[in-house]
Design a protein around this ligand. Structure first.
Ligand SMILES: [Zn+2]
Ligand SMILES: [Zn+2]
Length: 136
Protein backbone atom coordinates (compact mmCIF):
# COMPACT_ATOMS: atom_id res chain seq x y z
CA UNK A 1 0.00 0.00 0.00
CA UNK A 2 1.29 3.45 -0.88
CA UNK A 3 1.90 5.81 1.99
CA UNK A 4 -0.03 9.02 1.56
CA UNK A 5 0.56 12.37 3.24
CA UNK A 6 -1.98 15.17 3.40
CA UNK A 7 -1.46 18.87 3.71
CA UNK A 8 -3.08 22.21 3.09
CA UNK A 9 -3.08 25.95 3.54
CA UNK A 10 -3.54 28.03 6.67
CA UNK A 11 -7.29 28.63 6.24
CA UNK A 12 -8.12 25.10 5.07
CA UNK A 13 -9.63 26.12 1.72
CA UNK A 14 -7.01 24.09 -0.18
CA UNK A 15 -6.18 20.52 0.79
CA UNK A 16 -3.98 18.04 -1.05
CA UNK A 17 -2.43 14.61 -0.70
CA UNK A 18 0.89 13.32 -1.97
CA UNK A 19 1.98 9.72 -2.34
CA UNK A 20 5.44 8.39 -1.58
CA UNK A 21 8.09 8.04 -2.71
CA UNK A 22 9.27 11.63 -2.94
CA UNK A 23 11.99 12.48 -5.47
CA UNK A 24 13.81 14.78 -3.08
CA UNK A 25 13.49 16.93 0.01
CA UNK A 26 15.54 20.11 0.34
CA UNK A 27 15.71 23.56 1.86
CA UNK A 28 15.94 26.52 -0.55
CA UNK A 29 17.50 29.83 0.45
CA UNK A 30 16.94 31.72 -2.82
CA UNK A 31 15.54 35.24 -2.85
CA UNK A 32 12.43 34.20 -4.78
CA UNK A 33 11.50 31.68 -2.10
CA UNK A 34 12.24 34.20 0.64
CA UNK A 35 9.95 36.79 -0.90
CA UNK A 36 7.26 34.32 -1.97
CA UNK A 37 6.94 33.00 1.57
CA UNK A 38 8.04 35.96 3.67
CA UNK A 39 10.32 33.52 5.47
CA UNK A 40 14.12 33.06 5.57
CA UNK A 41 13.86 30.02 3.31
CA UNK A 42 11.52 27.32 2.13
CA UNK A 43 11.67 23.54 2.42
CA UNK A 44 10.33 21.52 -0.49
CA UNK A 45 9.32 17.95 -1.16
CA UNK A 46 9.35 17.04 -4.85
CA UNK A 47 6.97 14.46 -6.27
CA UNK A 48 5.93 13.42 -9.78
CA UNK A 49 2.74 15.31 -10.61
CA UNK A 50 0.74 12.10 -10.85
CA UNK A 51 1.49 11.51 -7.15
CA UNK A 52 -0.35 14.63 -5.99
CA UNK A 53 -4.10 14.79 -5.58
CA UNK A 54 -6.10 17.92 -4.89
CA UNK A 55 -8.64 17.08 -2.19
CA UNK A 56 -10.30 20.47 -1.78
CA UNK A 57 -10.25 23.89 -3.45
CA UNK A 58 -7.67 24.99 -5.98
CA UNK A 59 -4.54 27.08 -5.98
CA UNK A 60 -4.07 30.43 -7.64
CA UNK A 61 -0.84 30.62 -9.64
CA UNK A 62 1.80 33.34 -9.78
CA UNK A 63 4.60 33.16 -12.36
CA UNK A 64 7.52 34.36 -10.26
CA UNK A 65 10.10 33.90 -13.04
CA UNK A 66 9.61 32.87 -16.67
CA UNK A 67 8.51 29.24 -16.63
CA UNK A 68 8.14 29.14 -12.84
CA UNK A 69 4.65 28.75 -11.38
CA UNK A 70 4.03 29.18 -7.67
CA UNK A 71 0.66 27.99 -6.41
CA UNK A 72 -0.95 29.60 -3.38
CA UNK A 73 -4.29 29.84 -1.61
CA UNK A 74 -6.22 32.83 -2.93
CA UNK A 75 -7.94 33.26 0.44
CA UNK A 76 -5.11 33.08 2.97
CA UNK A 77 -2.06 33.44 0.73
CA UNK A 78 -0.23 30.30 1.88
CA UNK A 79 2.43 29.18 -0.60
CA UNK A 80 1.65 25.58 -1.51
CA UNK A 81 3.31 24.45 -4.72
CA UNK A 82 6.14 25.18 -7.10
CA UNK A 83 6.41 23.97 -10.68
CA UNK A 84 9.04 24.92 -13.20
CA UNK A 85 9.70 24.22 -16.86
CA UNK A 86 13.14 22.95 -15.78
CA UNK A 87 11.43 20.16 -13.80
CA UNK A 88 8.83 18.80 -16.20
CA UNK A 89 6.25 16.51 -14.66
CA UNK A 90 7.19 17.43 -11.08
CA UNK A 91 5.41 19.36 -8.39
CA UNK A 92 7.37 20.71 -5.46
CA UNK A 93 5.28 20.98 -2.31
CA UNK A 94 6.20 23.44 0.42
CA UNK A 95 7.09 20.94 3.13
CA UNK A 96 5.76 23.08 5.98
CA UNK A 97 2.21 22.86 4.55
CA UNK A 98 2.12 19.10 5.16
CA UNK A 99 0.13 17.95 8.20
CA UNK A 100 3.29 16.07 9.22
CA UNK A 101 6.18 18.15 7.90
CA UNK A 102 8.61 16.03 9.89
CA UNK A 103 7.99 13.13 7.54
CA UNK A 104 10.35 14.52 4.89
CA UNK A 105 13.54 15.87 6.45
CA UNK A 106 15.61 17.90 3.96
CA UNK A 107 18.78 16.28 2.60
CA UNK A 108 20.49 19.52 1.50
CA UNK A 109 20.41 23.30 1.38
CA UNK A 110 20.24 24.98 -2.03
CA UNK A 111 20.98 28.51 -3.26
CA UNK A 112 23.00 29.30 -0.16
CA UNK A 113 24.52 32.24 -2.07
CA UNK A 114 21.27 34.02 -1.19
CA UNK A 115 21.23 32.83 2.42
CA UNK A 116 20.37 35.56 4.93
CA UNK A 117 23.47 36.21 7.03
CA UNK A 118 21.78 35.52 10.37
CA UNK A 119 20.24 32.27 9.17
CA UNK A 120 23.07 29.81 9.34
CA UNK A 121 22.23 26.12 9.02
CA UNK A 122 23.95 24.00 11.64
CA UNK A 123 22.51 20.64 10.67
CA UNK A 124 25.51 19.22 8.83
CA UNK A 125 23.65 18.93 5.52
CA UNK A 126 25.37 19.80 2.22
CA UNK A 127 25.34 23.54 1.45
CA UNK A 128 24.93 23.97 -2.31
CA UNK A 129 25.63 27.49 -3.55
CA UNK A 130 23.08 27.22 -6.34
CA UNK A 131 21.00 24.77 -8.09
CA UNK A 132 20.18 21.58 -6.24
CA UNK A 133 17.84 18.95 -7.45
CA UNK A 134 14.93 21.17 -6.38
CA UNK A 135 16.14 24.30 -8.12
CA UNK A 136 13.30 26.14 -6.54
ZN1 LIG B 1 -6.08 29.12 2.52
ZN1 LIG C 1 14.06 28.94 -3.92
Amino acid sequence: MTTRHEGGCLCGAVRYAIAEPAKFSSMCHCRSCQRATGAPGAAFVGVPEDQITCLKGETAVYESSPGVRRGFCRTCGTSLTYAGDAWPGEIHIYTATLDDPGAFPPAMHTYTVDRIVWFEPDDGLPLLPGFGSDGA
